[in-house]
Ligand binder design. Structure first.
Ligand code: ZN
Length: 133
């Protein structure tokens, strides 16, 4: 893993959260994107080398809706940049981590992604992401 690519924050209302975070960062998001496969609407802020992703559920069965129901709003996942996601997934599997998807899938912001189960990582949901070139 190379570096933290972004931190994902689960929010109840994306427009409200974008307004708050725009004030906090003194800038507007560079991207808004709906990821149908994950049932989420996302907005991305670029803060220096790092990004912050705000995530809102687009339907009640979304993982984000369930997360907020259980834990409330807050930090949802930490995403790490990898060069070769397939290789990294194989490595982690061998190390005994539980992956939430067997194949890399298309995530937001032009990335291939894979999630590591929070039970494998002390309660933190880890996202691997590889830029699609
Ligand atoms: Zn993410």
């Amino acid at each position: 893993m190379k570096k933290i690519e972004h931190i994902g924050i689960a929010v109840k209302n994306l427009p409200d959260a974008v307004e708050i975070y725009s004030k906090l960062f003194n800038q507007v998001p560079y991207k808004k994107e709906i990821v149908e496969s994950e049932s989420v609407a996302t907005s991305f802020f670029q803060i220096g080398e790092n990004k912050i992703e705000l995530l809102e559920a687009t339907n009640p069965t979304s993982a984000i809706a369930k997360f907020i129901e259980n834990k409330g709003e807050g930090i949802h996942h930490i995403a790490f940049d990898v060069d070769d996601i397939v290789k990294e997934m194989e490595r982690l599997k061998k190390e005994g981590f539980t992956l939430l998807n067997e194949q890399p899938k298309k995530g937001a912001d032009n990335k291939l992604v894979c999630f590591v189960h929070p039970k494998s990582a002390n309660g933190v949901l880890i996202e691997l992401c590889q830029e699609i070139k």
